[in-house]
Design a protein around this ligand. Structure first.
Ligand SMILES: Nc1nc2c(c(=O)[nH]1)N[C@H]1C(S)=C(S)[C@@H](COP(=O)(O)O)O[C@H]1N2
Ligand SMILES: [Mo]
Length: 442
């Protein structure tokens, strides 16, 4: 019955129907302790919880739609239950879920609407007691820390920080690249609690030769091959040693949900999400950057001086109007409070300008306080809609003086083959009926 699995064409639910053992393997992974492949067949959620023990995260933290559907052995559509509204599901194997921007109007993004980006299968749950974090490579004293050591031996910090996938905005590239077609909601603003990465690295003693970190998670390659790493990205060592990089165990005051990396994940502010490795088990301090030359060309960013540089993992200044936004309808002409989000990977937002006429005239919006570094900042501005077609845009500036570019400017620097870091000015078209939709303005 074990058929060849095509990763793009077959979803998890279908896979559970056709090949449940394989599906378990992909969902629950390799660190199985007693061999539990296939044991979930026919079991209910409650008995799964009992079998795994109460310290295990799945029964409490998996999105309701995923496991019950899988266990029910039906062909129902994958669904992701959230009391806050419908999320956009790009893929269910691996799980990739985007937040529609109109839901992103809380100061702190609730965990159950925060976007999810997985490259591989969920790892087998491991209790906090059995978890170990290794720090090795270019360090004087490699460490193997238990969860308790991490909690007890280092100072705790809580920070509100944006997390954005490097592929966020990919759907705006033309031609549309491969990969999840994120619109602009692969972004969230959670509160992360843990210990400073710098404190842990210093405890291991970083050598002079250190250039980069490599971050390893416990997830499973989609092929099921245990030898294959799902992904291991890191950051320049200077970034890792900054005050605000965190090894986190809590998101919004609760233990990390399974899908967001229980029990530990990295939080590397300002840097694309791929380095925020979940289910963190190892940090390797290395002498070489992780990015190969081929990879690096995808990350050419437009810099404040209008020049480009070869490689950047920082997410440059960006903004989007969330109300009104695509899919919404203005009921009548008249007064509106236009609001949105602005952020920068380099620091604080200093200004957001809004245009309602496709970029001819710009007015400066109000920023909601507190304006935090590397966290989403809300802005708003009053607008009287005269009932005629309009194009709404926002353009952010950060404290390095970087001004969010237009699509034209971005394209001039990168060409058309971009797949990451789309920080171009976003445009919403309003037509006479009041319907709002996405439009691309150069
Ligand atoms: N172990 C592991 N960590 C990971 C990933 C992954 O696939 N495996 N995806 C990365 C990517 S590409 C992003 S954008 C963020 C998304 O974090 P979230 O799912 O908590 O929103 O996690 C990063 N950490
Ligand atoms: Mo990502």
């Amino acid at each position: 019955m074990a058929k060849k699995i095509d990763r793009m064409e077959r979803g998890l639910v279908e896979l559970y129907h056709d090949d449940p053992e394989r599906a378990d393997w992909l969902v629950f992974g390799r660190k199985a302790g007693p061999d539990r492949r296939g044991f979930l067949r026919g079991a209910g959620l409650a008995s799964m919880g009992a079998l795994l023990g109460t310290t295990m995260p799945f029964s409490a933290n998996m999105p309701l739609g995923l496991i019950p559907n899988a266990l029910a052995d039906t062909r129902d559509e994958f669904s992701f239950d959230s009391k806050h509204g419908d999320l956009i599901i790009h893929n269910d194997r691996p799980v990739n879920v985007e937040t529609p921007v109109h839901l992103l109007d809380d100061d702190v993004t609730p965990s159950d609407i925060h976007f999810i980006r997985n490259n591989g299968g969920m790892p087998m749950p491991i209790s906090k007691a059995d978890w170990r974090l290794t720090i090795d490579g270019e360090v004087n004293e490699p460490l193997e820390l238990s969860y308790d050591q991490l909690m007890n031996d280092f100072e705790h910090v809580t920070l509100r920080l944006q997390l954005e996938c490097g592929g966020n905005g990919r759907a705006g590239f033309n031609p549309l690249p491969r990969g999840n077609p994120w619109t602009i909601g692969a972004i969230g603003n959670a509160e992360w609690t843990g210990v400073r990465l710098a404190d842990v690295l210093k405890a291991a003693g970083v050598k002079e030769s250190a250039v980069y970190t490599g971050h390893y998670g416990n997830d499973v390659h989609l092929s099921g091959d245990e030898e294959k790493e799902v992904i291991s990205r890191g950051v320049p060592i200077e970034k890792a040693l900054e005050e605000d990089a965190v090894i986190a165990w809590a998101m919004n005051g609760e233990p990390l949900p399974a899908l967001h990396g229980f029990p530990l994940r990295l939080v590397v502010p300002g840097v694309q999400g791929v380095s925020w490795v979940k289910w963190l088990r190892r940090i390797e301090v290395g002498e070489m950057p992780w990015a190969t030359k081929d990879e690096a060309v995808h990350y050419i960013d437009l810099m404040p001086d209008g020049l480009h540089r070869q490689y950047s993992s920082i997410q440059e200044c960006k903004s989007v109007i969330t109300t009104p936004s695509g899919g919404q309808t203005l009921l009548d002409k008249g007064f509106y409070n236009v609001s949105g989000l602005a952020w920068s990977g380099r620091g604080k937002i200093t200004r957001v300008d809004v245009s309602t006429d496709g970029g001819i005239n710009w007015r400066t919006a109000r920023l909601e306080t507190p304006v935090l570094s590397k966290a989403l900042t809300r802005f708003n501005i009053d607008w009287v809609w005269d009932g005629k077609p309009a194009i709404l845009q926002s353009r952010a500036m950060d404290d390095t003086g970087y001004v969010q570019p237009s699509y034209g400017q971005l394209r001039a620097v990168r060409g058309t083959k971009s797949i990451y870091h789309n920080n171009a000015i976003q445009s919403w078209k309003v037509v006479e009926s009041g319907e709002v939709s996405n439009v691309q303005v150069l």
